[in-house]
Design a protein around this ligand. Structure first.
Ligand code: BGC
Length: 761
């Protein structure tokens, strides 16, 4: 995109350089130091302000503020015609310091890909690269310079609505995806015209809010923090992400926004992070309600001392920093350090070289920013179908034949907004291919498709109102006013005339969102009534689930003949779902998060620590660790997902049984497609440190490979394990590999594994 802009950028003489006769642009540190030396205190403080541009904001006032050097960047405004006047205003400011324009581009900008939890289920780094690159290209063409992504918060409590925004429960998988996305978003460099800067969030541990209730406190031991929760942030930063967004929560009693240990000692000193730290929305002000700042003045002081460079949508830096500097409570050096990071980010985004690098010239403006021609539909369809997870398939109910009559029912079968999922950037519902549309296209001229809504999302008026309040731009969910029994009757009638029933049920997208925590993981009651009535028809029943978190679907599993987990699968979701339902694509997705049987089992994650009285299946249960009211263990384990093929693992060997330090270990296994169709599966490798100075997880993912195999084809895969893969943070937070026995487990999910052992000498 915008290749012509590249030439433009290269030919452009820096306007800043001309205005201030700065040192050469190539020398970042000297350039920024020189600029800093020319800035007034007010101009410096202005750079620390990141403001949200809402539809009703007084644009002229904002431009005046920018021209006066009082705003450093904005978020939420996108498209060149919207942002250019603001950049023009910056070019009228005394020092002509460019603005940057940011947005939450999480799983696509115009073309919407599956939600992050769905992306994780692909276990496919090529697909994730495709998502990151496409998102960056579209966002940059929207004149955006920066995205608040990826979100790499480990989530082990699915009550938390933002589980949908992350990559699940596993440290290794999340780290790998975070890294891959950062590289894809930033491309060759964040300065390229078709790259955007990645801001990793939410630093730190936001996914561990107590009780899964959004914005709640986090309390965590240091080994757990270092071993399980921090590595994905670090991996994403090490991959070159330009910045972090700081979490809203407190950690062990200290709000992250005021946490000097987190921000200075860990992030900057230990990790050597050099980049911009941005607060979350209004977080500095919230330090007062957290109970650590008595007023706005103290809040601003705490935040800047903790190393929050930019304040997001908050007036406190503007209001309070002048007084704090005057009194000496905040030093000039502290202010300069924050400004240096903001200018550094702008430098890295290529904005000093060309403030219009992504905005372009008026003549390059698109005719229609919302046009169909902006979309990358093929990529969206390909990634979406890779994200779908086949949970059940009794008597090979799936794939369906494109023949006979199919009843399509459920409140999510024809739900364009829900296809997009939460944080869908500038994705448009009118571009969504719904399940109904996808099935219509696939069956056109071949099978008869009957449709009935069957039920509303929820029968609970309070929940309905809550979900519609969340997104005030337009109603998120619209009820069919007819009584529930009438809706069900209509669906049952359709089912009776059909050979098979496909019911699209689950959550509306707003149910898996920021500030949408739940106390149950069940499908709402009205939808379960529908499932019951459909089951009673005796027709084969396929459940297509849409949801942004694991659901406890033990009862549904008994009713259904097949279950396909589809998350919120994006612009092309309906086509992708049809591809899988009819076997035009063989499902290969694997869960990146455990599905518990009930909310009472939470937290439930596969890589829990060893304990003294583990429950052993088949043994009497007394005085072992379990709940006696339901079977132990998950409904569906991490790493699980079926295919229309069968895969078998054999000949699992380790290259050594005793390993010297520094030596690599090879694990080999043969995987064979024993089914009748071509397909892909993910071979997963887990490691257990059997006896160490601390209890260690029963297993931890350390590697995986996704392989495509023809029927009858076998391939031997080789995995390499290094000493680093055996290391963990011990009680003294030393990163060590301790001698002793290790088990290596290989499987097609985290539960059914084969095991070999070796000794680390
Ligand atoms: C969210 C962030 C997001 C920000 C800006 C906040 O409410 O917590 O994840 O980046 O808004 O939209």
């Amino acid at each position: 995109m915008k290749l012509s802009l590249l030439g433009l950028a290269m030919g452009l003489v820096s306007q800043v350089a001309l205005a201030t006769s700065t040192p050469p642009l190539q020398d970042k540190a000297a350039f920024i130091d020189h600029l800093l030396g020319q800035m007034s205190v007010d101009e410096k403080i202005g750079q620390l302000r990141l403001i949200s541009i809402g539809p009703d904001m007084p644009r002229e006032k904002i431009r005046e503020e920018i021209a006066a050097g009082r705003i450093g960047g904005t978020f939420n405004s996108r498209t060149a015609p919207e942002n250019r006047p603001m950049q023009d205003a910056a070019m009228r400011s005394r020092l002509k310091i460019p603005m940057f324009f940011a947005y939450d581009t999480l799983h696509g900008e115009r073309t919407i890909f599956p939600i992050s939890l769905g992306l994780a289920a692909t276990w496919d780094m090529d697909a994730i690269t495709q998502v990151g690159r496409t998102s960056a290209i579209e966002a940059a063409a929207d004149s955006l310079d920066m995205t608040f992504a990826p979100m790499v918060d480990i989530a082990r409590d699915p009550r938390w609505g933002r589980t949908s925004e992350g990559f699940g429960e596993d440290t290794y998988l999340t780290s790998k995806i975070g890294q891959t996305l950062v590289r894809a978003l930033q491309g060759k460099s964040a300065a390229e015209p078709d790259s955007i800067m990645a801001i990793v969030k939410h630093f730190a541990l936001y996914g561990a809010v107590e009780g899964g209730r959004d914005y709640n406190t986090v309390d965590m031991s240091l080994p757990k923090m270092y071993n399980d929760y921090l590595p994905p942030y670090r991996a994403s930063l090490d991959a070159g992400a330009g910045g972090v967004m700081v979490a809203l929560n407190s950690i062990n009693g200290v709000p992250a926004t005021a946490d000097t240990w987190l921000m200075n000692d860990l992030l900057r000193k230990q990790w050597g992070f050099k980049g911009v730290a941005i607060s979350d929305h209004g977080a500095i002000q919230e330090l007062i309600r957290h109970g650590v700042a008595r007023d706005g003045r103290e809040a601003a002081k705490l935040a800047i001392k903790a190393g929050i460079d930019m304040s997001m949508n908050d007036t406190l830096y503007g209001q309070e920093l002048p007084g704090l500097l005057k009194s000496g409570e905040v030093t000039q050096a502290e202010l300069d350090q924050a400004v240096r990071e903001v200018l550094g980010a702008k430098y890295d985004m290529g904005l000093f070289k060309d403030p219009y690098v992504r905005i372009g010239k008026p003549e390059t403006d698109l005719k229609d920013y919302y046009g169909e021609d902006r979309l990358h539909r093929d990529a969206a369809r390909d990634v979406a179908r890779r994200s779908l997870v086949l949970l059940e398939n009794r008597q090979q109910t799936l794939p369906l034949k494109k023949a006979g009559t199919i009843a399509l029912v459920g409140p999510l079968a024809d739900a364009p907004i829900d296809m997009l999922g939460s944080w869908a950037a500038d994705g448009r519902p009118e571009h969504s291919v719904t399940v109904r549309e996808g099935l219509r296209r696939a069956t056109d001229g071949k099978a008869r498709l009957l449709y009935a809504r069957g039920s509303n999302i929820t029968g609970d008026k309070a929940i309905f109102d809550y979900l519609n309040f969340l997104n005030f731009a337009a109603p998120e969910i619209v009820d069919d006013p007819r009584p529930p029994a009438v809706l069900i009757d209509e669906a049952v009638k359709a089912a009776r005339q059909s050979d098979v029933v496909v019911a699209v049920v689950g959550e509306s997208r707003g149910m898996s969102h920021e500030s949408s925590s739940r106390t149950t993981l069940e499908i709402p009651a009205v939808q379960r009534e529908l499932i019951k009535a459909l089951k009673a028809t005796g027709k084969p029943l396929v459940l297509v689930l849409m949801n942004g978190r694991p659901l406890s679907i033990g009862w549904e599993r008994e009713q259904a003949d097949a279950i396909l987990e589809t998350w919120f699968s994006g612009t092309e979701g309906g086509n992708a779902i049809a591809d899988v339902l009819f076997g035009d694509y063989n499902p290969s997705g694997k869960l990146a998060i455990t599905f518990p049987r009930s909310v009472g089992q939470i937290p439930m994650y596969y890589n829990h620590l060893s304990i003294g009285r583990p429950f052993t299946p088949g043994k009497p249960g007394n005085y072992t660790s379990q709940y006696f009211e339901e079977p132990n263990g998950p409904l569906y384990p991490f790493g699980y997902g079926l295919s229309y093929s069968d895969f078998e693992l054999s000949d699992f060997t380790l290259s050594k049984t005793a390993l010297k330090r520094g030596e690599p270990l090879q694990a080999e296994v043969t995987v064979k497609n024993t089914g009748k169709v071509e397909g892909e599966t993910v071979v997963q490798l887990y490691v257990q440190d059997v006896s160490a100075s601390m209890s260690r997880p029963v297993k931890e993912l350390k590697n995986f490979q996704k392989v495509a195999l023809k029927p009858g084809e076998a391939r031997t895969l080789s995995f390499r394990l290094d000493e680093d893969d055996l290391k963990f943070y011990n009680g003294q937070l030393q990163h060590v590999a301790e001698p002793g026995q290790f088990n290596v487990q290989i499987g097609l999910d985290s539960q059914n594994v084969q095991q070999q052992s070796f000794e680390l000498l």
